[in-house]
Design a protein around this ligand. Structure first.
Ligand code: CMP
Length: 139
């Protein structure tokens, strides 16, 4: 059965462009509950750890530099079928391919500065959630 939790980050481009409020409002309107949230900034080392699965990809260095370049909002979200529904709400990784009405279509600038992250599996939602909210008892 699909899990009820997913993890998201509003990325540096979206935070810098003043889109935190609009993006959170869309998330809430779509039935997600915020179980934990924080405004924070990753160090390059932390970004490297978070995205370690992409270590061999050609964009890894750029991704880590970008994700540590400014504040982000990290949040743990709850809803039935959370991972799949949230990925539908944010749209494709490349905003040029993201469907009309999705968060990336509305706010992302490019495939690397793509406004928002969403976990790609229930397992990763827990791993990523723990990365930022290890103190929570829900894990
Ligand atoms: P995210 O869903 O947070 O997880 C991995 C990130 O890598 C992805 O969003 C993009 O921001 C980034 N990414 C994926 N493909 C590319 C690419 N071809 N070039 C640069 N960044 C990428």
């Amino acid at each position: 059965m699909a899990g009820r939790l997913t993890f998201t980050m509003i990325k540096p481009d979206a935070v810098q462009n003043g889109h935190i409020g609009e993006i959170l409002s869309i998330i809430l309107r779509n039935g997600f509950k915020i179980r934990a949230m924080k405004l924070t900034q990753l160090t390059p080392e932390q970004a490297g750890k978070f995205y370690a699965v992409h270590k061999e990809r050609p964009f890894y260095a750029e991704l880590c530099a970008y994700m540590s370049s400014g504040p982000i909002v990290a949040a743990l979200l709850e809803k039935e079928n959370a991972v799949e529904d949230f990925r539908a709400l944010i749209g494709a990784t490349d905003p040029a391919k993201a469907a009309e009405g999705t968060i990336r279509r509305m706010f992302a600038k490019s495939i690397s500065e793509n406004a928002i992250h969403g976990s790609d599996s229930d397992e990763n939602a827990l791993v990523e959630g723990r990365f930022f909210f290890s103190e929570l008892e829900i894990f």
